[in-house]
Design a protein around this ligand. Structure first.
Ligand code: GDP
Length: 137
């Protein structure tokens, strides 16, 4: 079984979408293997998005990700990394397929409700960034 990291971003939490998003994952047949709410420090947000540190939107992205609490989750399932990315929809909600999380609820390319690991390598890094082995069920 494959695992991936999901984050309900500060906009998803403030728009009261935690339940909606978890329902989407439950309905997709993913198993929630770990879950916690936390506030990201600037250092944690910068470290998480270090691959984007040269991008022009990096500072704004870190501001956004530290603007309120997030919900971090480990999801487990067959081919869950790819399937979760499909369910999330494209980064820009204007380009996201109908019915996807971002098409339904995201406001902009930045404020797009949800994060999901994009490869096995990033899933491994991102899961261990937030969870220790004993927190994953
Ligand atoms: P993802 O894998 O679909 O989340 O997209 P990326 O890895 O390309 O970008 C990471 C996150 O940075 C996105 O989910 C957005 O929150 C944000 N982001 C991406 N592109 C832009 C942009 O052009 N402008 C701004 N302000 N934020 C962006």
């Amino acid at each position: 079984m494959q695992k991936t990291l999901s984050i309900i971003k500060p906009d998803g939490v403030s728009k009261k979408l935690i339940g909606e998003v978890v329902r989407v994952f439950d309905s997709a047949g993913f198993r929630v293997a770990a879950m916690k709410m936390k506030s990201l420090s600037r250092t944690e947000a910068e470290g998480f998005y270090y691959v984007h540190k040269e991008r022009p939107f990096f500072t704004e992205l870190v501001e956004f990700m530290t603007s309120g609490p997030v919900v971090v989750m480990v999801l487990e399932g067959d081919d869950v990394i790819k399937r979760n990315r499909e369910i999330m929809g494209a980064t820009d909600p204007a380009e996201a397929a109908p019915g996807t999380i971002r098409a339904r609820w995201a406001d902009s390319k930045q404020n797009n409700i949800i994060h999901g690991s994009d490869s096995e390598e990033s899933a491994k890094f991102e899961i261990s960034y937030f969870f220790s082995e004993i927190e994953i069920f």
